[in-house]
Design a binder for this molecule. Sequence first.
Ligand SMILES: O=C(O)CCC(=O)C(=O)O
Length: 268
Amino acid sequence: MLTSEQLTQYRRDGVICLRQIFDAEWIKLARHGIDRNIKNPGVFFRDHTGQDGAGRYVFAFWNWPDIPEFKQLVFGAPAGTLAADLLATDRVRLLMDNWFMREAGCTSGAPWHHDEPYFDFEGQMCIVWVPLEGLSAQDGLTFVRGSHTWGKLFVAEQFSENVPFDCYGDAYHPMPEFAAGRGQYEFLRWDLHPGDCLAFDFRTVHGATEPRQNSMTTHRMTLRMGGDDIVFRPRGEWTREISDHLIALGQEPGARLNNPLTPVIYER
Ligand SMILES: O=C(O)CCC(=O)C(=O)O
């Protein structure tokens, strides 16, 4: 599905912008699924609206078994095919479906982070991030080019008030002050139209910390995926709720994924 130039770019930068991958039907399904989910939020619904309360910033994950629209997106084209190319694997597992909504006027957003320390998974993983409305570069995500190759784990930040949550241990470093050292880093971001997506490595540092320009509510659907060799390794207290959930579904710590919530969604 992807050209060798695109794959080279993904491996070099840790992120790639892909144009017109998702059709109008996919976008419609994702929007309907989100609307259905908002009416019936599950246990993994999170409200990270800032203290000023100016427009909600909410997200939810692991809803695909209960939301028929999400089930269709997860098992249908093209997300799995895309991940098979990005991860150079023949079997792709869904790790998580996760949508985000930022209402008009919302002042809160994703702090600088990379996804690795939020998850109990070990191995090669990618995220496909699909905006469901057009977005200016400033309203989307900004990436630190090449940060997936730094070989460093950063403290997982809580999304609401940008304070470190209980992520501890010598392995986790403080996130660099990007605003102060802007010249040292190269940043990547894109204007996006419905149908476009950003695909990025689990280790690539990114955030949405700048003031919003968009005066309308925006939604994005993301699928987090890995190869069939992903191992489940609970990280610590800060991921306990999600680790316990997988363990209750029969997932064994230290073993390859084998639970109904993270199925194989694509096989070549
Ligand atoms: O879309 C957003 O608001 C944040 C997404 C994000 O940071 C992620 O998917 O890792």
